[in-house]
Design a protein around this ligand. Structure first.
Ligand code: ZN
Length: 405
């Protein structure tokens, strides 16, 4: 089974379109960071140095950079921090930094005359929409001369020193928000619960002597911090996790489109490799919205092993290539001569009632043709029910009774 995070798709389908939807004022601010802060570095406390108060005169802007950031409200600034960080981050790791490229393209007065001649604007837009050119440029319908564009762009980027514009923008935005929300700029020593802002997301860090976890809660606004803080403060680990889950569910209900995708980034942009089997985690994600608020999927696992779980041993490691191949050696349980496919088990989906559910409803939801077909397709054998964390249960519904309660 193979499930890989698809950077290119996250960039193409989420961050690039989201960037295009940001207001002109905000995109202007990003371009400003690219140009005005190109020589600036991170401070020792990991925030960014701000430009001198008068640097904006040089670049023709009418107010200091910080005031420019302050002119956006919490919600919009937090979202911009996330989008612009993603725009650069998911393009990074290639040999071309697209965020900087976008910054250049949209502020063409900073491009040299020679470069402008080299880049016809329609080709440029095509490059932007298709992602950075690569060896298969021709297959993607790009002009082979794109290589020239590409090389020239890299030179331009070096000339203007625009490297890192995306994360610098995000740092400035997060710092402005951190101060606005009244949060400390550095983590207080020994704090069990610490709120901080991570590329626009309000995040709770919970740490004990032997445990540390970060939980993304919502876009960072003063109102949301005020709402979630009392729900999380002073909680023991179990109650804390439950409260976090509740907050995250609320956030997901309140978000849609690009914002929901960005919040759920990891599962959404995993890609299944054709011809491989589905991992339990992947199936859990696929089914998570299949039960219309009646049941919550709590996991997918194999049970009822016959005669026992197939066991991987050193021989499999020796004999396998890049992916572990269970058929490369017999089962490692002593005395077992059975092959991989002779070890049987049932794949079970564990469900929890999301509210009180009548038996009639349960039958309708779980017995729908859509669910039956999907179960068959993904080779899931059945359902098992775990106790609801909120005390919901199956109830007997009278014939014809309204069960909306
Ligand atoms: Zn065996």
């Amino acid at each position: 089974m193979a499930w890989d995070f698809d950077y290119a798709r996250a960039w193409r389908d989420l961050y690039r379109p989201a960037y295009k939807c940001l207001s002109w004022d905000l995109r202007q601010l990003f371009r400003r960071v690219a140009v005005e802060c190109s020589e600036l570095h991170q401070r020792q406390d990991l925030w960014m140095h701000w430009p001198d108060e008068d640097s904006h005169y040089v670049h023709g802007f009418t107010e200091p950079l910080r005031a420019n950031f302050e002119s956006f409200d919490d919600e919009y600034l937090a979202w911009a921090s996330q989008v612009i960080f993603g725009l650069g981050h998911y393009a990074v790791g290639r040999d071309w930094q697209l965020a900087q490229w976008v910054a250049l393209v949209e502020k063409p007065e900073h491009l040299s005359e020679g470069f402008k001649k080299l880049v016809p604007s329609d080709e440029l837009e095509r490059v932007i929409l298709n992602g950075p050119p690569s060896a298969d440029a021709a297959e993607k319908g790009l002009n082979p001369a794109t290589q020239e564009v590409y090389d020239a762009a890299q030179k331009e980027i070096r000339n203007y020193g625009l490297g890192g514009a995306h994360w610098k923008f995000s740092k400035y935005a997060d710092e402005v928000l951190t101060v606005r929300l009244g949060l400390p700029l550095t983590e207080p020593h020994g704090a069990r619960l610490h709120f901080w802002i991570d590329d626009g997301w309000l995040t709770a860090r919970y740490s004990t002597k032997d445990y540390m976890g970060n939980y993304r809660l919502a876009l960072a606004t003063k109102t949301r911090l005020g709402r979630v803080r009392p729900l999380l403060e002073g909680k023991k680990p179990d109650a804390f996790e439950e409260a976090v889950e509740e907050i995250r569910e609320q956030t997901m209900k309140s978000l849609s489109g690009n914002r929901l995708d960005a919040f759920e980034l990891k599962p959404k942009y995993y890609t299944h490799e054709a011809g491989t089997s589905y991992s339990d985690e992947e199936l859990e994600y696929k089914f998570r919205t299949s039960f219309n608020g009646t049941f919550i999927v709590r996991g997918i696992r194999n049970v009822n092993f016959k005669p026992h779980p197939f066991t991987i041993g050193p021989k499999h490691m020796e004999n396998s290539g890049m992916y572990l191949d269970p058929n490369s050696a017999p089962c490692a349980v002593p005395g077992c001569k059975l092959k991989y496919e002779d070890h049987l088990s049932d794949k079970v989906m564990f469900l929890e009632c999301a509210r009180d559910v009548t038996e009639k409803e349960a039958k309708e939801v779980l017995g729908s043709q859509k669910i039956i077909d999907a179960m068959e397709h993904f080779e899931i054998d059945g359902f098992a029910f775990v106790e609801s964390r909120k005390g919901y249960k199956f109830v007997k519904g009278e014939e014809g009774e309204d069960t909306d309660a």
